[in-house]
Design a protein around this ligand. Structure first.
Ligand code: GLN
Length: 537
């Protein structure tokens, strides 16, 4: 069967949750036995979000093949349990880059290169690409931004053209809108939805299904009104109420029969009911915790939790596995000092020092780590968090004053964390870190290998700096063991403290691989350690 294409657009406002709706629909279709993938088309000019500040765009999610992508791809993987790749995230920048490179190579000799058809042709080619691999029955494409934005026009135009190029049952458009409640009027309002559908229609695209975000149930009469003004059937007006957790959304969409509408409009054949048993079991455990822990997340982007999206979700998965409610307490590392660290972190059951870049907040991270190391509180370090743990150990246990990472102090006498020679030659900023999946071997008898239950793992990376093996022997002698090593390069991937209840840090990003079906073992065991610590207090 040729792949079917579903496009998800958004209107009225951003942040309505197109990513979650797309992932939820994909989950329902996958649970019926279809093979589904989701891709995101982003309207900005950056080639990828790797060069964006997390404050602006939230976390940068990294795929197995080393693409730096939008955080929505994390939701896709967490819901579907299927890896995404470079092809699943396309930006306007990438499209233009390709077309302009072609132009320089003479591909359009003699022609004027234009938005229509050259840019839209390249957009369409990318939109269809994953569907042509033969791997997928259904490709869902989420279009970033809002209908009516100047930036997203070429994407909408590409969808308009595809509507005519593909046959009637091969393509479907879902439009996500908002039905706001006006307190003063005491009413839900449909006008923004009408306007947003009109804007989409003016661009030549009539949506097939409307998903209406609302804080209150949308009564039948109102759905009829929306249907009438927006040229859709009443049963294609789907209500999407605020959910207790994003993981409820597939079940809410099932109740609203979103999947059934999609199946009948695309004339999909196989009609088994979705099998959501494991999903429901997960929700059952998530919503009925029997324990509770407080985990400190120490980082510098804590004002915008989206910057740590995958870490937060990994704790949700790990909490459910342990039937434990994980309360994440946010700590701005800049505010942590020798004087206040005990007061701030003393009540915590576990402390995670987050990934990050740059010098700001570095000292606070070191203080936090010293505190948990000395007080035997469970500690989990990720990427920069692992590098900080190494520096803290060098300074306070090995007595190497001024030990540092050369990222923070290029002239340090003790470069515990340093840039690899190959990285030093790179001057370009985008896509030049150590990115994507690398193998790691875990030492027999280590805590890491018992956590994973195996000796060979593969995890995703996003960093420039590495542990400096010149110091390895001294570290191990003093009790900080390197228990995960990249077998090809000898680079240190995991360190753990020998005589501590739970002190593990990884150079890679385990949070990028935690899914509902496969919660990450490091998070699961870290939460378990925090539970044990809480009990022992
Ligand atoms: N800034 C550090 C590096 O580049 C860590 C990066 C991270 O935490 N992702 O190596």
């Amino acid at each position: 069967m040729a792949a079917k294409y579903i496009f998800v657009t958004g209107g009225v406002t951003s942040s309505l949750g197109k990513g979650i709706i797309s992932a939820s629909l994909a989950k329902l279709l996958q649970a019926r036995g279809y093979s589904v993938t989701i891709q995101k088309f982003d309207p900005y000019i950056n080639i990828d979000p790797g060069t964006l500040n997390p404050y602006e765009h939230g976390e940068c999610y990294v795929t197995e093949d080393g693409a730096e992508t939008d955080l929505d791809l994390g939701h896709y993987e967490r819901f579907l349990n299927v890896p995404t790749s470079q092809s699943n995230n396309v930006t306007t920048g990438r499209i233009y880059n390709h077309v302009i490179t072609q132009e320089r190579e003479g591909a359009y000799l003699g022609k004027t290169v234009q938005v229509v058809p050259h840019i839209t042709d390249e957009i369409k080619r990318r939109m269809l690409l994953l569907g042509q691999t033969g791997e997928y029955d259904i490709v869902i494409t989420e279009i970033g931004g809002c209908v009516g934005d100047i930036e997203s026009l070429p994407f909408i135009e590409a969808v308009r053209q595809l509507r005519w190029e593909l046959s009637a049952h091969e393509l479907l458009v879902i439009h996500l809108t908002l039905v706001p409640y006006l307190k003063a009027a005491g009413e839900l309002k449909t006008k923004p939805t009408q306007h947003s559908v009109r804007a989409l229609s003016e661009a030549g695209v009539q949506p097939d299904i409307l998903v209406c975000r609302s804080e209150y149930p949308i009564p039948l009469e109102m759905r009829k009104k929306i249907a009438l003004f927006c040229n859709v059937k009443v049963n294609s007006v789907i209500e999407s109420l605020d959910a207790e957790t994003i993981y409820d959304v597939p079940l809410l969409m099932r109740k609203e029969k979103l999947d059934e509408r999609v199946i009948s409009k695309l004339k999909l054949t196989h009609k088994a009911d979705p099998n959501l048993e494991t999903w429901k079991e997960f929700l059952g455990r998530l919503k009925n915790p029997t324990a509770e822990v407080n985990i400190a997340l120490v980082g510098k982007y804590v004002e915008l939790p989206d910057a740590y999206k995958s870490i937060i979700e990994s704790f949700v998965h790990a909490g459910a596995t342990n039937e434990c409610k994980v309360n994440i307490k946010w700590f701005q590392s800049e505010n942590i000092t020798t004087e206040n660290v005990a007061a701030l972190l003393g009540g915590m059951d576990g402390i995670l020092v987050a990934p990050g870049f740059g010098e700001r907040g570095f000292k606070g991270k070191l203080e936090s780590i010293r505190f948990v190391r000395e007080n035997r509180i469970p500690f989990f370090g990720i990427c920069l968090g692992m590098q900080c743990a190494a520096v803290e150990f060098a300074r306070n246990v090995l007595g190497l004053q001024d030990a540092a990472s050369t990222e923070m102090d290029p002239d340090t006498p003790h470069p515990i964390i340093d840039m690899m020679a190959a990285q030093k030659e790179i001057t370009q900023k985008g896509g030049t870190m150590r990115l994507g999946a690398y193998t790691c071997e875990l030492k027999k008898g280590s805590r890491a290998s018992s956590i994973y239950g195996k000796h060979k793992i593969s995890e995703r990376h996003r960093h420039r700096y590495e542990f400096n093996n010149r110091y390895l022997a001294d570290f191990e002698q003093a009790g900080m063991l390197a228990t995960g090593i990249n077998p090809e390069t000898g680079l240190v991937e995991v360190i753990e403290l020998h005589n501590h209840p739970w002190f593990v840090a990884a150079q890679y990003h385990p949070e990028l691989k935690s899914t509902v079906l496969n919660p990450h073992p490091l998070f699961v065991k870290f939460v378990k350690a925090a539970m044990n610590y809480a009990k022992s207090k």
